[in-house]
Design a protein around this ligand. Structure first.
Ligand code: FMN
Length: 197
């Protein structure tokens, strides 16, 4: 059966190198029968977390801030696979991607409230939160293992702490300007990763 795949693209460049990786990945995934929901979070209205710790009352709109994250929350809850696609900015994800990741905390707050309530709500929240796979797509200018080490460490921590199982990564250095990734074998890797889910 086809999987529900959520792709978060953190690049502000509409036709950038990350977008090319996402296109290739989605092509592979859709050809394999999976459904891809793609969100270009850097082009959406996604405010940074305010740290109010007041979220989680309504699982379908768990954050106190009402913006485009509501669509992401719905797709995240339904997703079997979460794909983090972002250019490397200062040895990390873009700030826009980090804002979206931080805002997922409100869903965890909803999960904590459901767990405290027990019963069917707790079981449903646990089922939604668990069992997801994840993948990482990232272009960067510098093509060295050292350059990617901090982001790989962060990604592995996210997988472990969010309970996601790593399905694969495509890290491609040596691409800087829009279009630099054209013809790069990393696009075939991304397509194959999407098809392999
Ligand atoms: C603000 C900024 C910070 C960046 N930081 C890094 C970095 O730490 N390491 C690196 O190798 N490339 C860095 N880059 C280069 C981008 O990762 C690279 O241009 C990437 O291909 C952009 O992807 P996009 O076209 O999808 O936006 C940076 C670029 C910008 C604009």
């Amino acid at each position: 059966m086809g999987k529900s795949v959520l792709v978060l693209n953190g690049s502000p460049r509409r036709k950038g190198n990350t977008a090319a990786l996402v296109d290739a990945f989605a092509e592979g995934a859709e050809r394999a029968g999976h459904a891809v929901a793609r969100f270009d979070v850097a082009l959406m209205d996604v405010a940074p977390c305010r740290g109010c710790l007041g979220g989680g009352a309504d699982a379908s709109s768990p954050c106190v801030q009402k913006d485009d994250m509501d669509a992401v929350y719905a797709a995240y809850r339904a997703a079997d696979v979460v794909v983090l696609a972002s250019p490397m900015y200062c040895w990390s994800f873009t700030a826009q991607m980090k804002a979206a990741l931080d805002r997922l905390f409100a869903l965890m707050e909803a999960g904590m409230r459901a767990a405290a309530a027990g019963g069917e709500a707790a079981a449903a929240a646990a089922a939604e939160a668990g069992g997801k796979e994840c993948a990482l797509l990232m272009p960067a200018e510098e093509d060295t293992e050292r350059n990617f080490a901090p982001v790989v460490s962060y990604y592995e921590t996210l997988c472990e702490r969010m309970g996601w199982r790593d399905a694969g990564r495509v890290l491609v250095g040596g691409v800087y300007r829009t279009g630099d990734i054209a013809g790069n074998p990393a696009l075939d890797e991304a397509r194959a990763l999407g098809a392999s889910l």
